[in-house]
Design a protein around this ligand. Structure first.
Ligand code: GUN
Ligand code: ZN
Length: 443
């Protein structure tokens, strides 16, 4: 067992009300193995009280630092690290001119491995300890990322991108022998599930890129796999951009809406994560709620590509789950601080009902405990629990330095409340504030 003494930030267990952050100025976090040998939180609270319960445990002291849960990124593309900051008039030209050609490089295992190493280092440098990640339509890209994540003991979920039409030929799933590209992509998906899902801290996500680049046969096959492997994730994109929506409506005229297309193919359920979810009506929101699917809200991407704004009032009124995501490389930053700040702007200016002011606790929760709950990683039915530091949570945490820059030091020194402290970090923080990222290691 190991103790860590610092200021501590974590979240109260959900009670149906607004998410509530907890803070201990002089706290002690005790980490030790659970029955399966995983390093989990054993105790958290005021230093005096917890130290009295664990007198033998060695303690590492971080004076002036804040220990907080590792961030959870609900949607990011590892093959798009070199696409960040590529301007386009909107999503579809951006995909065609920058993203698709870049993703072609990932048919090369060496390139995939190099990119995976950089990507995971960058996540950890920014304090992100769990990520649901897009790879490409090449199995090599999936194997490279999961192998690297396994070596770093990181909780990583990814999957083979399914696309069998309406994209450059070089990026479509390729057939082998007598199997078509569609059939092969579904076989590869199942083999990859069997090879990786549940191994160490790795998870698999069935990954149709978005409905327009899959045939009915591919979406239907993906839905069958989703039914056969109920604890595997599903990830895709939906309702991001007006041109994309018109295209999807054209291709699937029998579905009630773009989102409903996924439901019609059996692709909406718990652990189904849809990026963006911007242009929804209330029936779409109810479908998210009733199926248990969740939205990955990606404000830096939505602002950069001019896609629109996630509707917080609509999501909360109807009551479906969501959390934050960088969506690199449509998104502009790996830093959860940048994403939380962009979320705040979207809350202020991008809402149909104006004047929303998302609280700093709510912003932080959306990128930690809230995102973990939306992913089905909050300990339900024996699932692991991440994104928080309650006893039993996997011990992924970050050590933040509130004095990392002169301005941050000046501002945080004047904070009179937890909200003021968190807001200072959200507005002024970035990777410089993340002094250390600690990953839970199995013993
Ligand atoms: N829709 C389909 N593919 C993509 C992608 O790579 N990025 C974003 N932002 N939207 C998409
Ligand atoms: Zn995306």
């Amino acid at each position: 067992m190991q103790g860590y003494r610092a200021s501590l930030l974590w979240f109260a267990p959900p009670d149906g009300g607004a998410p509530r952050a907890l803070f201990e100025e002089d706290g002690l976090l005790v980490v030790g193995p659970d029955a399966q040998g995983r390093q989990v939180v054993q105790a958290i609270g005021a230093f005096g009280a917890v130290a009295a319960q664990y007198p033998q445990v060695p303690v590492q002291h971080f004076p002036g630092r804040i220990i907080a849960p590792g961030f959870v990124d609900m949607h990011i593309h590892y093959p798009q690290i070199d696409v960040i900051g590529s301007p386009a008039s909107g999503l579809l030209p951006w995909l065609e001119n920058y993203t698709f050609p870049e993703e072609n490089r990932f048919s090369e295992p060496t390139h995939s491995a190099q990119a995976a190493t950089f990507f995971i280092a960058e996540l950890l440098r920014n304090g992100v300890t769990t990520a649901l990640t897009f790879a490409t339509s090449h199995t090599e890209s999936v194997n490279a990322l999961l192998a690297e994540a396994q070596a770093r003991h990181m909780r990583m979920i990814t999957g083979l991108v399914l696309m069998d039409r309406h994209a450059p030929t070089y990026l479509l799933n390729q057939g082998q022998g007598s199997l078509s590209g569609t059939e092969q992509s579904l076989r590869d998906t199942e083999s990859l599930i069997q090879r990786w899902h549940g191994v160490d801290r790795l998870g698999y996500a069935i990954t149709p890129r978005f409905a327009p680049t899959s045939t009915d046969a591919q979406l239907g096959g993906a839905g069958e796999l989703a039914a056969r492997y109920p604890d595997v994730w599903i990830q895709s994109h939906v309702a991001e951009n007006k041109d994309e929506i018109a295209w999807a409506r054209d291709l699937f005229p029998g579905s009630r809406s773009y989102l409903a297309t996924y439901d019609d193919f059996g692709l909406m359920r718990q652990r189904a994560i849809y990026a963006h979810c911007i242009h929804f009506d209330d029936d779409d929101r109810a479908l998210m709620r009733d199926t248990g699917a969740a939205a990955a809200v990606s404000p830096t991407s939505n602002l950069f590509l001019g896609s629109g704004f996630f509707d917080y009032e609509g999501a909360d009124r109807v009551g479906y789950r969501y959390g934050l995501a960088s969506d690199v490389g449509g998104g502009t930053s790996f830093s959860p601080f940048h994403t939380m700040l962009a979320t705040y702007y979207v809350g202020r200016e991008g809402q149909t009902k104006p004047g929303l002011s998302l609280s700093p606790q709510h912003l932080w929760w959306q990128h930690t405990a809230g995102a973990a709950a939306a992913l089905g990683l909050a300990g339900e039915n024996g699932a692991p629990s991440v994104g928080n530091l309650l006893p039993g949570c996997e011990a992924d945490f970050i050590v933040l330095n509130p004095q990392a820059t002169p301005l941050l030091a000046r501002k945080t020194a004047r904070a009179n409340s937890l909200d003021e402290l968190l807001f200072s970090l959200i507005v002024l923080g970035d990777d410089r504030a993340v002094e250390q990222t600690v990953i839970s290691q199995a013993l």
